[in-house]
Design a protein around this ligand. Sequence first.
Ligand code: SF4
Length: 381
Amino acid sequence: MSKIKVDPSQEQQAIVEQLSALGIPYQVEKQDDVISNYRKGKKNIHVVPKKGESMDTCATISDKYICCNVKVLKSVSNCPYDCSYCFLQNYLNDGTTKVVGDIKSLMDEVKEKCAAEPDRFFRIGTWELGDSLALEDVLPQARFLIEEFASIPNAVLELKTKSDCVDSILDAAHNHRTVVSWSLNSEYIVDYQEHKTASLPKRLAALKKVTEAGYLVGLHFDPMIIHEGWKEQYKALIEQVIASTNPDQIAWISLGSLRFNPEMKKKIEQNFPASSITHSEMVKGDDGKMRYVKPLRIEMYDVFLSHLKGCLGLDDISPLSPIKKSTPLFYFCMERWDIWQRFFGESPTSIQHLDLLFAQNFYERFGQNIPFPTIENYLSK
Ligand code: SF4
């Protein structure tokens, strides 16, 4: 069990009261030393107040790439898991695992920002600095957020996880305004690079449970990593994932390849000496991140997309094609126009255009009770 400390201002919050009810020990503290080592910080959870603005645009957004313009709600910082490629090892100055106690204030900010732009459709995730559900068994936030999002007319919550912690949300009143997403990888990568996360069979069992609970789901095959037998492993992964859900409930699917800042290479090699993920040939992109060389990325995406289309029974998975009820919104994460054009013959013209495509797909497939998406409301932002 991790050590839990609670900021004095958070003692009356429901998630702290639940700790007492469950008999989970915690300590109220006034002043904490900054924990600079992100791994040490994983063992120390602090329940903290909301400070400043918590809803923002995803930090990796770059106009050199076709990004998706997802918004993020900073409700957690750091993560109990230990993936070798995790950018947090190079990002967090204060490695303490933090969970915002005052989740009502978080929702007040979300509601205010969504109300200020009533004609836009917001996708809002809680995973930017951690995992949306990994701490749910100890400090539950998700159910409250799900039930609050259920009544926001122009937003959907995305909970993205590598856990199987879904039992506490199965009977929440989600109103189809929460997408429960998984970061998915081959069984080999899960076992050897995504330390302490739920195994692939456990993630798939959790995916099945939320599908049966009527949630919309998201699938993020990211980062794809070259390893022995990768083609067969990724094909098997696609088959297992599609068999564990209902394609009509898949809101979106993303695909991306391994990438990291050059300075992170050393950190990965220090923190994970047995890992070989930094050994492949990589090139620096316009955003300063190292990636596999383009022919290799194309080969990976080609193998993946061909098989995905076959398993979904679709000839065309382009997000730019006319929307069909059975076609999830597909997108590449942090790829340039040329990769989109290579696979679809065209690409979104901008970040705002891809944001609009998300809204149109959601509107057509899941609910005409979100604002009708018009070009003006997206391209001008
Ligand atoms: S689950 Fe995500 S946030 Fe947690 S260690 Fe892995 S990559 Fe990092």
